[in-house]
Design a protein around this ligand. Structure first.
Ligand code: CP3
Length: 343
């Protein structure tokens, strides 16, 4: 069982590459009309996520249509809080929301204490198995989860937020409760990611979308320490940690025991390379808004970014997920530019 295109995995190991691998965060769904066609056949987002045949189909779409070097399983980070006993709903207008939140010890006590991920998240594992089979070893399959801090934010706020002040408030007013919840999330996440590997994922990524709202000290205590615990459970597995916005914490993130770091567009490639030297692969980091420009502009900006790489240990991506209203043709320009670039 060897992959026809294993550039993405070789980049994680720091092996010699013919060219840079490229894929996009949030490539499955969102931008493709082919995704919307499948989506309109279903009752809603959750049904799509929970039906392995459809999840596998939309996972493979970007491989066929955009020609990316890796697939990422179609799911959501919010399946973890749901498995812990806090169900979510997905509204097309408002995004995700939770009927209940965890802000007190009493609410924390209502969460399920010990959960079996194989029972509660079997639909994700089934989707991975099916995708792996249908991908026919063309490209690696990435499994993922939210990092504990970001999952904590959703469980405390109950929805997205501009300030996440309820979540940050808890870190000061009830630090013990915060640590208890973060620990519980981390344990479930470790089980969940192990299950994803067993089901066929070739690599893993942790999305810490709200890392940037914490200062360095708070992120070290309530964010990085839990990511470290997870990373230590996956030594030797290709693992990317994407701490969006955590520019102040780069020095700390650089020390994590993982193979790759995801960078957003505010993080400087040269500075981060100096911090990690050749011990880690860097992934990123073109501003997704560049893809609103003309084809020529996209080519220029992409080549500029590639030229700033002082090492071959890179995976090319955007600095965050691709935005829903970006033209797939513009995404193709970005991907082709990377594929045609010679070292
Ligand atoms: O990368 C992929 O294409 C795989 C699938 C994937 C989804 N969500 C599907 C999805 C991944 C990796 C995620 C991760 C995710 N989900 C994150 C971390 C990455 C990031 O963007 O920072 C976060 C914060 C979420 C939570 C979430 N899910 C939000 C805030 C929303 C609503 C707004 C949005 O992003 O579209 C979702 C819904 C969601 N997750 C959709 C998709 C395709 C759109 C829902 C739909 O099709 O109706």
């Amino acid at each position: 069982m060897s992959l026809k295109n294993d550039l993405y995995l070789r980049a994680h190991k720091g092996e010699k590459l013919e060219r840079y691998p490229v894929w996009l965060m949030r490539q499955a769904g969102r931008i493709l009309p082919e995704y919307r066609a499948v989506r309109s056949k279903m009752g809603g987002f959750k049904e799509l996520v929970e039906t392995p045949e459809f999840a596998a189909e939309v996972t493979i779409q970007p491989v066929d249509i955009l020609d990316v070097d890796a697939a990422i399983i179609f799911s959501d980070i919010l399946v973890v809080p749901e498995a812990m006993g806090l169900p979510y709903q997905m509204s097309e207008q408002r995004g995700p929301w939770f009927e209940n939140t965890i802000r007190t010890e009493e609410q924390f006590a209502l969460l399920d204490k010990k959960i079996d991920v194989h029972e509660r998240l079997s639909y994700v594992f089934e989707a991975l198995k099916l995708t792996k089979k249908e991908l026919k070893d063309r490209v690696p399959l990435i499994g993922f989860a939210g990092a504990p801090w970001t999952i904590f934010c959703y469980m405390v706020e109950g929805k997205g937020s501009k300030t996440f002040s309820e979540s940050r408030k808890l870190l000061y007013t009830k630090p013990d409760l915060a640590h208890e919840l973060l620990n519980r999330i981390s344990d479930v996440t470790i089980d969940y990611l192990k299950g994803q590997l067993e089901a066929g994922a070739d690599a893993l990524q942790l999305f810490d979308s709200w890392a940037g709202i914490l200062g360095r000290e708070q992120y070290a205590k309530f964010g990085i320490s839990y990511i470290k615990k997870i990373a230590e459970a996956f030594e030797g597995v290709p693992l990317t940690v994407f701490s969006k916005g955590a520019v102040a914490s780069l020095e700390d993130i650089a020390k994590l025991p993982c193979s790759a770091l995801g960078l957003d567009w505010s993080m400087d490639i040269r500075t981060t390379r100096e911090l990690v030297a050749e011990t880690k692969t860097l992934q990123g980091n073109l501003d997704p808004c560049v893809l609103y420009g003309t084809a020529e502009f996209i080519q220029k900006a992409t080549i500029n970014m590639l030229k700033s790489f002082e090492s071959h240990r890179h995976i090319v991506n955007l600095g965050h997920g691709v935005y829903p209203d970006i033209d797939p043709e513009k995404v193709k320009v970005f991907i082709k530019t990377v594929k045609n670039y010679e070292f």
